[in-house]
Design a protein around this ligand. Structure first.
Ligand code: HEC
Length: 385
């Protein structure tokens, strides 16, 4: 027996060593602190899923491929000497270590309760089991479940006119910030400093699990229009909280800003926020029934988390995340509310090669500067904000 077992010992020893190395040294407290610091200093560019910048993925297979053979000290060092972009070294050393701990845990690593420091040299791949490192993306909307999912009709609907949008009735809220001056102020007077303490819960309506969530519902003539998470658009009776109709887009809806105009509810939608190119849509539903009126792909428009605004008979849409995809940066564009066809585009800065284009490059965002720098073009000093 002992003769047969003996040859296994080296293997067992190797497994013990492998196992000992496969737990990263960091503490749960570091992960918590690292997450907060990441959200404050890094996620605006790298995203909550750590995968918003395709060229600097901090989670997933690509991250492991790029960093696996290096030590955690190198990762901390890289963060400390180059990040946050525009302010390298701007955080305390232990904060960089904590962010590294958060990144390692996000990639599937378990902690062993030992403090990760700038000098810890654990090999990064040692903690990543294959397949563990799937990006933390919001769950996709179930395939096939698109179109009207609850049928109903908004009673007494009258078309929304531009005059109404310009001078909204006190009990309506017809655009993201209430009015074109973006006051976000309701002129209603029933609730006062004297009676606010008597407010009671009238009804509750759940937001769905998963997806992004920064809802800004509209209210028109007693009906509330809500972009719920996961691409679900709903019309509710604002008095009772009862669902009138529901429409599943099959993609995310830009969480800020719906347009109500004439008989339509119009919004921006993109399949996977900031991850795929050529992916932005405008969708118009019949505000009375939720039936789709049109859906168009917006030429060269990517994701945006702001929805359109109606002004002077056109839908005006800004863009986001363009710097991720190309050197030609975002533009503002306008669409026909009747058909969704693009009418014009406007770039707020001249492009390189156009008159006045090159000096203005200095005004590009730090993200863009880095992209340009990496591609071998000139890079520019950071503007002080
Ligand atoms: C203003 C946008 C921005 C911010 C904020 C930012 N980064 Fe970056 N980061 C980038 C860009 C762009 C790159 C790729 C270009 C480069 O490497 O310089 C990058 C690259 C990286 C890399 C290298 C990835 C690789 O595989 O090469 C790491 C690690 C990193 N960032 C971590 C952080 C951390 C940690 C923070 C917060 C403390 C942070 N970043 C904040 C834009 C940003």
């Amino acid at each position: 027996m002992s003769v047969r077992l003996r040859p296994l010992w080296p293997l067992v020893a190797a497994l013990v060593i492998w196992y000992a190395q496969s737990t990263w040294s960091f503490t749960p407290e570091q992960v918590t602190a690292g997450r907060t610091a990441y959200e404050q200093n890094c996620s605006s560019c790298h995203g909550a899923n750590l995968r918003q910048l395709p060229e600097a993925l901090l989670a997933g297979r690509e991250f492991v491929a790029a960093w696996g053979s290096r030590g955690t000290n190198e990762l901390v060092d890289r963060m400390r000497t180059t990040m946050p972009l525009g302010n390298p070294g701007g955080l305390p050393e232990e904060t960089y270590a904590a962010i590294a701990a958060y990144v390692l845990q996000f990639n599937g690593g378990g902690n062993n309760g030992q403090l990760l420091t700038a000098r810890t040299t654990t090999r990064i791949s040692d903690a990543v089991t294959s397949g563990a490192a799937t990006p933390g993306r919001a769950p996709a909307v179930p395939a096939g479940r698109t179109g009207i999912t609850v049928a109903g009709t908004v009673p007494n609907f009258l078309p929304v006119t531009e005059a109404m949008l310009r001078t909204p009735k006190p009990d309506d809220w017809l655009m993201l910030r209430h009015d074109y001056a973006a006051t976000s102020y309701s002129p209603l007077t029933q609730i006062t400093a004297g009676n606010v303490a008597q407010l009671e819960l009238a009804w509750m309506w759940p937001m769905r699990e998963g997806g992004t969530n920064q809802p800004a519902p509209l209210v028109y003539n007693g009906t509330m229009y809500l972009a719920n998470t996961g691409g679900i658009v709903q019309a509710l009776n604002a008095q009772t909280g009862k669902l009138i109709w529901e429409y599943a887009v099959g993609a995310e809806v830009a969480p800020r800003g719906l347009v109500l105009y004439e008989n339509k509810l119009i919004f921006h939608s993109a399949a996977a926020w900031a991850l795929n190119k050529q992916d932005g849509y405008l969708v118009a539903l019949d505000a009375r029934t939720g039936q789709q009126v049109w859906k168009v792909q917006m030429p060269d428009v990517y994701a945006s988390n702001s929805g359109p605004l109606l002004a002077n008979g056109l839908l005006i849409q800004g863009m986001g995340t363009c710097a991720i995809y190309e050197e030609n940066k975002c533009f503002i564009s306008a669409y026909d509310p009747a058909t969704g066809q693009q009418r014009w585009r406007f770039r707020t800065t001249a492009l390189s090669g156009e008159p006045g284009g090159d000096p203005l490059e200095a005004k590009r965002s730090p993200c863009a500067q880095a992209t340009v720098a990496r591609k071998g073009h000139r890079s520019y000093p950071r503007r002080d904000s």
